[in-house]
Design a protein around this ligand. Structure first.
Ligand code: ARG
Length: 454
């Protein structure tokens, strides 16, 4: 069988042009969705009386066979038939003859491709959500297992106040929860059937698009046929959700890289996830995690590609839309693999409790606690801040620390200080007391862990 749709031409296609416009490489992964869409369309045609029951059964049987042939590698897409839609239709006609030649009534490749991409994206979201829930569980499990470990909390990458390491892990958890929310929200707008929009204007045939939408388990139905074929908002939203997720993964990765460096030494990454150097035998490099950090550039690039392709398109289908496939796939696959990489890294990392607690023991980090002590006793916070700042200045010039101060010296800075202040100047006491809602206080973090274990 020759090409199906070149009867109007007197010449064969230019081989370069044919190759250039073909999308078969990007369409391989759409094959199962294209077939599912065709089965659903066959049902709508049969309800409309455009396929009799026997023809409908033949078509559905042939489509299932094509799916098997493709899974088994016995049938492949051919670039001389442009795309997945023409390839499937041609094979269907070979297998089902006249009944197969009826399948394209009332539809177009324009609504078909929009449908295939929606079905693909719906699955991509579900698979990403599955992986994210795995990452969240690992974060909660590691937080629970380290819920008494104190580490320095940072601002400007400078030691700021002691916090629970679990509180840091749970801060990552919150980012992932928001990513899941974005994906779930975007899924609602993916879950809409464009099938029945035809090329752009609907059809004169009495086909009910609700039948195919229902058969595909799609909750919504297009309201405007022109919008249905050109709308790729669902892809842009999904790739944005992947970009922000990947940005979070990159930030988490950066923390793991810093913590595993010899400068910090807070954690050790498992050997099986690390690589070595071709020249320096001592090296243990965090390449896996570094690549997660880097891949944010790639996914954000996918978002920029996608939006740039869409900008300036006139109403209706344009072939430009074909170019939205590679960034869509790439964003989903990169984010999915990155989630898996970080899940493995966080699952396997070893926490160096002693190193973290040593780093968190510097009494400068307790300056805010001293100011809050004075504030509790009625001193205006600004005055308390200044009194403690003066103390800090004095210890810094003398090369001592807050912990070395006697009650008499403290009293000289402010008469409000009493002997009970000394028990405050430890990292553990500082963390124990920070029980404001959402704070790093030990009982607050335990409470949050209990909520998350439900
Ligand atoms: N292969 C195209 C795509 O992926 C669908 C075909 C629409 N072609 C056309 N000439 N209207 O978007």
């Amino acid at each position: 069988m020759g090409r199906l749709i070149r009867e109007r031409f007197s010449k064969d296609p230019d081989p370069f042009a044919e190759e250039f416009v073909a999308s078969v490489e990007d369409d391989e992964r759409l094959v199962p969705y294209d077939i599912e869409g065709s089965i659903a369309h066959a049902r709508a045609l049969s309800k409309a009386g455009l396929l009799n029951p026997k023809e409908a059964a033949t078509v559905v049987r042939a489509l299932r066979r094509i799916r098997r042939e493709h899974e088994q590698g016995k049938w492949k897409l051919d670039a001389t038939d442009e795309d997945v839609h023409m390839n499937v239709e041609k094979r269907l006609i070979q297998l089902a003859g006249r009944a197969g030649a009826k399948i394209h009534a009332g539809r177009s490749r324009n609504d078909q491709v929009a449908l295939d991409l929606r079905l693909w994206t719906r699955d991509a979201i579900d698979s990403l959500l599955g992986r994210l829930s795995g990452l969240r569980k690992v974060l909660v499990r590691r937080a629970r297992g380290t819920s008494d470990v104190i580490c320095p909390g940072y601002t400007h990458l400078q030691r700021a106040q002691p916090v629970l390491f679990a509180h840091v892990l749970l801060s990552f958890h919150e980012m992932i929860v928001r990513d899941e929310g974005r994906l779930t929200d975007c899924r609602k707008r993916v879950d809409v059937s464009p099938l029945g929009a035809g090329a752009l204007a609907g059809t004169s045939l009495r086909i009910d698009p609700r039948i195919s939408a229902k058969a595909l388990g799609l909750k919504g139905l297009f309201a405007n046929s022109i919008d249905a074929v050109s709308d790729r908002d669902f892809a842009a939203e999904f790739v944005f959700a992947c970009s922000l997720l990947q940005t979070h993964l990159s930030q988490i990765a950066e923390n793991l890289i810093l913590w595993s460096s010899s400068e910090f030494g807070f954690i050790e990454l498992p050997d099986e996830l690390c690589t070595s150097s071709s020249i320096m035998p001592q090296k243990k490099n965090a390449d896996l995690v570094e690549l997660v950090r880097a891949k944010s550039g790639r996914v954000v690039g996918d978002l920029v590609s996608l939006l740039t392709i869409l900008k300036g398109l006139p109403a209706g289908y344009n072939r430009d839309l074909q170019e939205t496939k590679p960034p869509l796939y790439d964003a989903a696959e990169t984010a999915g693999a990155s989630v898996q990489a970080l899940t493995l890294a966080i699952k396997g990392l070893v926490v160096r409790k002693v190193v973290m607690e040593e780093a968190a023991s510097g009494s400068e980090m307790l300056a805010t606690d001293l100011a809050e002590y004075l504030t509790e006793k009625g001193m205006p916070f600004r005055d308390a801040h200044q009194a403690v700042a003066r103390l800090m200045k004095r210890t810094a010039t003398k090369g001592t620390s807050l912990a070395d101060l006697t009650v008499a010296e403290l009293k000289r800075a402010s008469p409000v200080f009493e002997a009970d202040v000394l028990s405050r100047i430890t990292a553990r006491e500082s963390v124990r007391r920070r029980n404001s809602p959402g704070g790093t206080g030990i009982s607050r973090v335990r409470q949050r862990l209990r909520q998350l274990s439900r």
